[in-house]
Write a protein that binds this ligand. Sequence first.
Ligand code: GP9
Ligand code: MN
Length: 431
Amino acid sequence: KASDLDKIKQFVKNNSTLQNSVYFGKEKGKNVIMFHLESFQQFLIDYKVNGVEVTPNLNKFYHDQNTLAFDNFYNEVGQGKTADAEMMLETGLFGTASGSAMVNYGTSNTYQAVPAWLDQQGYTTAAFHGDVASFWNRDNTYKSWGYDYFFSKPYYKDADNASYNIGYGMKDKIFLQDAAKYVEQLPQPFYAKLITVTNHYPYDLDKQNISIEKTTTGDKTVDGYVQTARYLDQSFAEFLNWMKKSGLYDKSMIVLYGDHYGISENHPAAIAKLMGKSSVNKYDLANWQKVPFIVHAPGLQGGVNHTYGGEIDVMPTLLHLLGVSTANDVQFGQDLLATNRKQVVPFRNGDWVSAEYMKYGGNYYVTTTGTKINPKEDPRVKEIIEQTQAYVNKMLTYSDNVQTGDLLRFYTPEGFKKVKKSDYSYKKSDG
Ligand code: GP9
Ligand code: MN
């Protein structure tokens, strides 16, 4: 019912942060290019195999003076994996406790998503993906989010060439070359999301695209990861060069994010080898959930920011950079650039990381040191941990209430024009 929203709105309001005057509105009117780095983990940044950087181009971009990067940024996905990442980034709502919210609710629910907000700022919005439109129910969900365009596989001239495909769709380099032809035609300012796929388990790559040795953990499902990550790095570099040549680089805010882990926790021995350790514990595995979140724009005050946050926090961060207030939104993130944020990162299963402590796999640790703690031994610690857990549980439950009850149909924030799904069609017409 509509009244179910009242306490949720109050919770969201209590969570709202102060604007950071250095960054709020700093990128107003810029094009936004969201670059989805499939299965890309933070540890890959500056990582070397036998003395060789795996991702030299991303590393350079990461350290650029106009790049703002977050090195305590976690993926917060559940079973929806990619779909959950997209859901959080575009709507500020978590994926659901089980299944994929994009699949189960994306068609019918009402959302107030980033594309719709930006549409009202005069943006053209488009998503790009080199596979079938129906994967993760993107074709329906994107209508609910208000995407003007969705360029899926049939739109790309090279899509039918078998040798141009591998794994989950078109090879990233080819996909991005073809996508660029559409990106350059979008009326500006635009918001474009490019979903890469090649760096996805099982990390298959054709010989000609292999340019770095495999790792030697001995775990066959793990050792190819750096090869497809390297390919993704090169794909990004090619696209970046094109952006520079086309002039878009100077007029755009480029955002990169890793959607979730590439190497699952079911490979602790291999993870230990990659980290140069004899073994890994739950603390290491929590850190393993870090993914990159990187924002670049000409003139942006860059640096590596150590705030604790995650995918749920992206929507307010980006909208605020673009000068769009989220004060009236029902969303669960906190601007990563706000100085009074809570720095609590909920995982989908109820575990969490905060700037002070973390709970992971039933264990508690001091976040910065990895010291294992028993909350029962210290009443002060126990209280903080209980409060944090209550906050995390509430946030996940409220988000689930919004998703499963389609509660946003009862609420239209001030200044928001409702999305009419029937306004959109992504079918490729002939000719
Ligand atoms: C498929 C791609 C992969 O389109 O996004 O999804 P994932 O398996 O990573 O959730
Ligand atoms: Mn994914």
